[in-house]
Design a protein around this ligand. Structure first.
Ligand SMILES: Cc1cc2nc3c(=O)[nH]c(=O)nc-3n(C[C@H](O)[C@H](O)[C@H](O)COP(=O)(O)OP(=O)(O)OC[C@H]3O[C@@H](n4cnc5c(N)ncnc54)[C@H](O)[C@@H]3O)c2cc1C
Length: 491
């Protein structure tokens, strides 16, 4: 039973973090209104259908389902009445140019056994690597994920102090690739381990080995598939929010955060200015300052940090089934270092890109017409610095088709009967993500985690931030934690 407190809260944006924040604020007794620029919720976690093919437009890998469940439990509901999921095993299939295919099994032992049977590394080597990722997780989760990094009192808990005392063990002084080359003899295992830097839009040759925590979460803690596809995370949480009394205003962009005497006092839309006790922005923090508070003093050092990579995505309706493909498939480039150098140093697209193909119709057959498959075909690209994206899209399409044909021994182009294309410009206009970067700031240096914007404003009272562009960072689970940390600061 919610205890009303007669206070009001405006949330700017119905991304996954904004929706989670709305549920948490409603449970605190606030009257909550979510303003969303799009006619639909979810931001990056949205869904579209074309010619009978349904696509999840953004995230496809789901970890930490307990963070979703927690919102139902908090609201006195049974999560299983709204939302269900299954653990994946295997999680990924990796295709290499030499014709080999490796499977990523779920759990330490199965992963190590499977990889050892197909590579030059022993089961013990692989377990040792996974143990190192576990150590990083145990030492960092409390410091970097669960609490604000911007409240001094959070640094004086036993677990956080332990994390700092063991700074050497978390890989802060090595690069991800440096650490992974020490862990494995087989270059394919290095490439697989390096791939996890792309989960927050960074390069394994620049980002700290601390990011080796990501494979621990996916391989050991587990990756899941939400029944009905990724969009069911958005739709079930919106349903929960509505059920407990959150109000959503779609197609209603917020134009300004109203500020008086260094205090957020409300928001302005095209229709009206409305007073609120608390304002939480789920809009990318860079654009929150630049577009909604142009006159406010800005934390320029934080806002000017380099942004993450973006993506070109071809959502293809394919009128054929490929039994050799599963839900998550990676077709690796032959030269990973050159690929990342092209993305981050040259800010261009690579001629032999690593391709990610996600096919939800493997698990949800209604996502494609009978005999067909819905391919989410993704390559990493730089964020938008004014490059010629139409030219890049044409090149990327050709390069992807050539590589898919080569590795799967097929002719894919005549099989494409539906197509939607996203590039950094589309991502930017659809979600207000600065420069179309998918993951906010990049993590291409050891200090990136400390340089993300806090979940509150230190200059403007009653103003809070949640989502992938602020602490603790991008991805569904971190965005859900971001909402938890931001709303946890509000009495
Ligand atoms: C292609 C792709 C693949 C990804 N893969 C994964 C994955 O596999 N696993 C994973 O965990 N994560 C993945 N991510 C990252 C994940 O999707 C994001 O980190 C997360 O969804 C971001 O959520 P958010 O709450 O920050 O808001 P966003 O999704 O960025 O949404 C912000 C919302 O705010 C609205 N808004 C902005 N400004 C205003 C305004 N002024 N007024 C009103 N509304 C406004 C926007 O319209 C939008 O709906 C992927 C992302 C993309 C794009």
């Amino acid at each position: 039973m919610i205890q009303e407190n007669n206070k009001t809260c405006a949330i700017i944006g119905a991304g996954i973090s904004g929706i989670a924040a709305s549920i948490r604020m409603r449970n605190k007794g606030y009257r909550v209104t979510v303003y969303e620029a799009n006619p639909f919720p979810g931001g990056k976690l949205s869904s579209e259908t074309k010619n009978g093919y349904r696509f999840d437009m953004g995230p496809s890998v789901f970890t930490y389902p307990e963070f979703v469940d927690e919102l139902f439990v908090l609201s006195g509901k049974n999560p299983r009445d709204y939302f269900n999921y299954e653990r994946l095993d295997p999680v990924y299939q990796y295709f290499f140019e030499d014709g080999s295919v490796l499977k990523s099994r779920s759990g330490k032992e199965p992963y190590a056994e499977e990889m050892a049977s197909k590579t030059k590394d022993s089961k013990e080597d692989i377990i040792r690597y996974l143990n190192k990722t576990e150590t990083i997780y145990n030492l960092t989760a409390e410091v970097f994920l669960y609490n604000s990094l911007h409240k001094i009192r959070n640094y004086f808990t036993k677990r956080v102090l332990k994390g700092f005392l063991n700074f050497g063990k978390i890989g802060a002084f090595d690069t991800m690739n440096g650490a992974n080359e020490k862990s494995f003899k087989d270059p394919r295992l290095v490439q697989i381990a390096n791939r996890y830097s792309t989960y927050n839009g960074s390069s394994p040759y620049l980002s700290p080995a601390t990011l080796n925590v990501i494979p621990y979460v996916e391989i050991v803690k587990g990756a899941y598939y939400p029944v009905g596809g990724m969009y069911s995370i958005t739709s079930s949480l919106v349903q929960l929010a509505k059920d407990i009394g959150v109000e959503f205003r779609f197609s209603t962009p917020v134009r300004e955060i109203l500020i008086e005497n260094k205090k957020a006092t409300g928001i302005r839309t095209d229709a009206a200015s409305t007073a609120y006790d608390v304002v939480i922005s789920n809009m990318d923090v860079y654009n929150s300052y630049m577009k909604l508070m142009p006159a406010a003093k800005k934390p320029l050092r934080t806002l000017s940090q380099p942004k993450s990579s973006s993506g070109i995505i071809f959502y293809w309706g394919i009128k054929k089934e490929f039994p050799e493909l599963k839900l998550h498939n990676i077709l690796f480039s032959a030269d990973y270092r050159e690929e990342f150098d092209t993305l981050f140093a040259k800010k261009s697209i690579y001629h032999d890109p690593t391709i990610y193909v996600n096919i939800t119709s493997k698990h949800t057959p209604t996502d494609a017409p009978a005999g067909g498959e819905n391919w989410f075909t993704f390559i990493n690209v730089p964020n938008n610095q004014g490059q010629d994206w139409d030219q890049f899209i044409a090149e990327a399409r050709k390069n992807i088709i050539n590589k898919v044909n080569r590795l799967l021994k097929t002719d894919i182009e005549p099989l494409i009967e539906a197509e939607i294309v996203f590039d950094p410009r589309v991502i930017e206009s659809r979600t207000s993500s600065a420069f179309g970067a998918i993951y906010g700031n990049s993590s291409n240096n050891q200090f990136a985690a400390f340089m993300r914007h806090a979940n509150f404003s230190s200059r403007i009272k009653n103003l809070y931030f949640c989502g992938g562009s602020v602490h603790p960072g991008p991805s569904i689970p971190l965005c859900l934690l971001s909402a938890r940390i931001a709303t946890g600061m509000i009495r």
